[in-house]
Design a protein around this ligand. Sequence first.
Ligand code: NAP
Length: 453
Amino acid sequence: MMTEVPNPATGQVEHRQALMGANAVEAALHAAQAAFPEWAQRSLDARGAVLRNVGAALRARRDAIQQVMTAEMGKLKKEALAEIDKCADACDFYAENASKYLQHEPIKTEAQSSYVRYEPIGCVFAVMPWNFPIWQVFRFLAPTLMVGNTVLLKHASNVPRCADAIADALREGGVPEGVFGVLHIDNDQAAEVIKDPRVAAITLTGSERAGKSIAATAGSVLKKCVMELGGSDAFVVLDDADLDKTVAAAVKGRFDNAGQTCIAAKRFIVVDAIADAFVQRFVEAAGKLKTGDPNDAATTLAPMARQDLRDELHHQVASSVANGATVLLGGKPGEGHAEYPATILDGVQPGMPAYEEELFGPVASILRVRDETDAVRVANDTSFGLGGSVWTADAQRGERVAQQLQCGAAFVNAIVKSDVRLPFGGSKRSGYGRELANHGMHEFTNIKTIYVA
Ligand code: NAP
């Protein structure tokens, strides 16, 4: 079977990807298992040297990788290059810090010696999304390879050449055969891979729908999984917020990557006293965003990654409007193949898709609230719990609100971001488990107790 990959900016099919057959999948599983003992036994310095070479290979290939990312999922050239650089830096970071994160942790007991050590577990199967087609993979891959695990990647079906570009960089960096493999497979084949005894654990970054299916399959064979799922992050604007900074952050936080970011600000929860001023300036600033060719430096809003996703987003907008939301900006599909303009909806209320669901595209929802207490209530009135941000002139007040937000990461006067130094992951239906920092590095280890009486 062939999967067609149209260019989101033009609609032209630029690549057809064949699915792998059973023999090729079997060979990849065998290779991952065979490669594990030698890779796991290498010293951290030796694995770190390979990781640094991978980072260098990414930097050396950045222009070619950018072109593939832009052709496959429409990412702006500037955003794609920044993403590749972030991945290269992550390779260096984990090469540098793995020994600190993985060192034995002594625990005082009555024993002569008791401590925790972090051991690799084998092959981790990664199911990844298209929205940050390189970063989502490296965010998990760099720490996992440093731990000593092997990896099989099933990437989203609209970014097959991104998956191959990652494999090329890893090969060039000296990652041994079998330590990393790409599986071009469908979701039924993925379920068989999850159940295969040679796979030790699973990590998914993707939608709630995929999460339920993959976690159920993993559960049926009692395998650990990490779930990085969707979000509908609150962007709480308190009455004393600095509007210049807040509006600039709101535009960036909602519309970068065409709004297709799990931790994008999606619900703008604005206290009444400042709401009109904020909304007016937000609409003005977002109205300046320019759609067009993602390779053109003048384009500031990328097309969405696929036409079906654009249509799904528009359906959510139309249904919210039919239920009483007001369109302040945009609100209709653009002319390009998968283009959607910057859109702002006001008067968003419970029951509307814009309130209840994740809007995975360039649409901002305005939710007006009475005061700080009401803002916290509305921010937490969601099934998601990925990130959230608070905007205020008073950092202590911001911290107090941030502590009350039910989510994996709450930022004050800063856009929620992923950062190799900070743990990343969700609460509620945004998933479980963590990536990045020491917490992420420990997810796919055997946290083993040693006790010497
Ligand atoms: P998606 O449709 O769930 O796809 C993600 C991956 O899961 C793809 O590789 C997809 O493969 C696969 N998949 C889908 N259904 C599956 C199933 N039943 N069994 C096995 N694999 C399955 O999500 P997406 O549209 O690519 O990404 C957008 C979603 O990801 C949003 O909800 C976003 O918030 C979330 N996300 C979360 C994070 C985070 O860190 N929490 C980060 C980025 C994105 P196919 O393409 O072959 O269907």
